[in-house]
Design a protein around this ligand. Structure first.
Ligand code: F0G
Length: 430
């Protein structure tokens, strides 16, 4: 059994601490923590075969695309109750038009929208809820731009815990709010931005005895890192050149980097793909910080983008994400809302839907190829983080706006009017 401990990520500190503590920050310096292990994996080949074999199993723990790789998450005890909704096992989908549009590059989609609550958050949530259950937690809380909250609400329901979520007032999509309400969570609408809601939550969490499940909870990162094992297995353990993700609070990029590093250290992969983070231009603190070479975060005080999922001005995990770009030789880019919309349309031409934040990936790839930072014909996996139906208001708004829209027409309910209208839009001759 591998030995588990928590370790502060700050170089000046780096202290190890007890994994059973409820606080997610370093007891000495307040830095972020990593879950670390002394792994006892010596033979990747045997483990790969076991992981593969579990795909045929009917056991709930094996049906989960997170817990199928449980040797990478050895913090769970033999008798822990696993809080799972059969998350993960999402498809890799090839593209034709989107890859051509973005490059040309060899573009494959890893669609995390195909998860129980429609986003990648479910991978992290199963891990940190399992952890919470083992600690006897009764109340979980998060601040969210919508997806973490939907996911938390579902897994808390399953675990029999009370879920409290802090969301910025009128800033999250109706579908995400509906999911949280449907799963019985208590919704606190507070502040004008995610950052404000998160800051207030952090200030009351301890006194209210809330167990935080935001991605500063290092066990969230543990669940999310398994996406890399799953994706490598789907590709017969051949890593791509690049893995591209949208960046908000920067937990996902941190998780992917940690997963890659562990797989490399244990000999599962030879080459490490470059991790590339794409932010929205109106909410791009990480991009600005790296561009300026600043040692401190350069926050965006009033983040603004139509991709509400990534409308974040002070990403909590920026130091972990910076470390990942250093480890992998990756970089960060920033794209406008118009570019995101175009990216979404390019994916749609391949029959692939996603929420706006996810489409930032392909928009970013296109920009990076044009700038010569990503080579043409590179082998790239773009992670689509959320389902198309997460933000239908966005789609309807965009497709109704154009006055000459040929996609949406309102017609009087009589045959003459119908024929005329159809001839007009389809250029059909009677
Ligand atoms: N894409 C989607 C659809 C998201 O919901 C998020 C984050 C991201 C990308 C960015 O991931 O934060 O790990 O860098 N959503 C969080 C939430 C903040 O509250 O649902 P990140």
């Amino acid at each position: 059994m591998a030995f588990t401990f928590l370790q502060c990520i700050e170089e000046a500190c780096g202290r190890r601490q007890d994994p059973k503590r409820e606080s997610h920050l370093c007891a000495w310096c307040g830095g972020l923590l990593d879950v670390r292990y002394e792994f006892d994996i010596t033979d990747p080949e045997t483990l790969r075969a076991a992981w593969h074999q579990r795909r045929l199993s009917g056991e709930p723990i094996d049906r989960s695309g997170v817990w199928r790789f449980r040797e990478l998450l050895p913090f769970i005890g033999a008798h822990d109750r696993v809080i799972s909704l059969s998350e993960g096992s999402t498809p890799l989908v090839g593209t034709r038009r989107a890859g051509w549009w973005a490059g040309p590059v060899h573009l494959t989609i890893k669609h995390q929208g195909i998860n129980p609550t429609g986003s990648f958050k479910d991978l992290g949530m199963t891990a940190c809820m399992t952890r919470a259950a083992s600690l006897g937690v009764r109340m979980v809380a998060c601040a969210s731009t919508g997806n973490t909250s939907s996911s938390m609400a579902a897994y808390a329901g399953r675990a029999g815990m009370k879920a409290i979520l802090f969301v910025p007032y009128r800033q999250i999509s109706a579908a995400k709010l509906a999911q949280a309400l449907d799963f019985g969570a208590m919704v606190v609408e507070i502040g004008d931005s995610f950052d404000e809601a998160f800051s207030l939550l952090r200030q009351v969490a301890a006194e209210m005895r809330f167990y935080l499940v935001n991605s500063i909870n290092p066990f969230r990162i543990e669940g999310q890192k398994t996406i890399v094992a799953e994706m490598m297995e789907q590709r017969a353990w051949r890593p791509p050149d690049y893995i591209v993700v949208p960046g908000g609070n920067l937990g996902n990029a941190s998780a992917i980097g940690k997963g890659l590093r562990e797989l490399k250290e244990m000999g599962f992969i030879e080459k490490v793909p470059k991790v590339v983070v794409i932010q929205a231009a109106g909410a791009n603190p990480f991009f600005r910080t790296l561009r300026a070479g600043s040692k401190e975060l350069i926050p965006v005080e009033k983040p603004d983008t139509e991709a509400t999922a990534i409308r974040i001005g002070r990403p909590a995990n920026w130091k972990k994400a910076r470390r990942v770009l250093e480890w992998t030789g990756g970089f960060c880019e920033s794209v406008t809302d118009e570019e995101i919309f175009e990216g979404k349309a390019a994916l749609a031409e391949d029959g692939v839907g996603c929420e706006p934040a996810s489409a930032a990936t392909v928009a970013g790839i296109r920009k990076l190829v044009r700038a010569g930072k990503i080579e043409r014909h590179a082998d790239i996996i773009a992670i689509l983080t959320g389902h198309q139906l997460k933000d239908t208001d966005y789609v309807i708004r965009h497709h109704s706006a154009a006055e000459d829209s040929r996609q949406r027409i309102r017609v009087d309910a009589n045959l003459d009017a119908l024929r005329k209208a159809l001839e007009g839009v389809l250029a059909v001759r009677a």
